[in-house]
Design a protein around this ligand. Structure first.
Ligand SMILES: Cc1cc2nc3c(=O)[nH]c(=O)nc-3n(C[C@H](O)[C@H](O)[C@H](O)COP(=O)(O)O)c2cc1C
Length: 225
């Protein structure tokens, strides 16, 4: 099979939440993760750890935690306003897909859990308190590039996935389920499977560059095409 171009993959890698329970070959999963680890990490630590969960009982246990995490996230975002670029229909479609995924999380054949294994310095940073919020904010910088590579790689090999982060609310419980040590931090869970008919990849729609990009100074919008 001819491989798809990188730009085509990036432009069509939609968030897919309706996935078939059919098994996914291990070599495809390895290919996806191998693309993930082409991404950079801070200081080239390569302290990412990926746990591929295929065992049905473990997936069910993690699915229960995913649903509990969704409830926590729901409370956190209870008063969130719909962003102006989302139509009611698109918002509804996204929420209904997110609910579908939560209800069927345990039926997705492969869950890739994306972790960082913290170094002692990361566990106990020697920083003044005013820099701590920034330190915490930056920590995901070493895992999300890999996660995005994996999303694009899934697209390229015909698999569907979506970046989910809510499971981090139940990090301790997930850690127990998979026997991970205490220095592991959970950042993302990628449910991976073949897309259901009618819910496949398609154009990723985003705001125009001229709305989100500035030349030299904020407010000097990048020219419209
Ligand atoms: C940081 C982050 C966290 C996300 N967490 C979740 C999640 O917990 N559950 C979920 O269903 N989707 C989650 N998403 C998926 C987004 O809702 C999705 O990428 C966005 O709506 C764009 O979808 P599209 O690429 O199909 O346009 C997350 C995305 C990002 C970037």
């Amino acid at each position: 099979m001819e491989e798809m171009g990188i730009f085509q993959a990036m432009h069509t890698a939609r968030a897919l939440r309706r996935l078939k329970p059919d098994p996914v070959p291990d070599d495809l999963i390895a290919k996806v993760i191998d693309a993930g680890v082409r991404a950079p990490t801070g200081s080239n630590l390569q302290n990412w750890r990926f746990v591929v969960v295929k065992d049905a009982q473990l997936r069910r246990e993690i699915a229960d935690l995913y649903r509990a995490s969704m409830e926590i996230a729901g409370r956190a975002y209870a008063n969130r306003k719909q962003p102006p670029h989302m139509t009611n229909d698109r918002q509804k479609a996204m929420m209904s897909a997110a609910t579908y995924l939560a209800q069927h999380f345990g039926e997705v054949p492969v869950l890739i859990l994306a972790w960082l294994q913290f170094t002692p310095e990361q566990e106990n940073p020697q920083l003044p308190p005013e820099h701590m919020p920034t330190f915490v904010r930056l920590s995901g910088g070493s895992i999300f590039p890999a996660v995005q590579n994996m999303i694009v790689a899934c697209r390229a090999v015909g698999l569907g996935t979506v970046l989910t982060t809510v499971l981090a609310y139940k990090e301790a419980e997930v850690r127990n389920i998979i026997n991970a040590p205490a220095d592991m931090r959970l950042y993302a869970a990628l449910p991976v499977g073949y897309p259901m008919e009618g819910y496949g990849h398609g154009p990723v729609r985003r705001l125009p560059l001229s709305d989100v990009t500035f030349l030299d100074r904020y407010g000097n919008n990048w020219p419209k095409k």
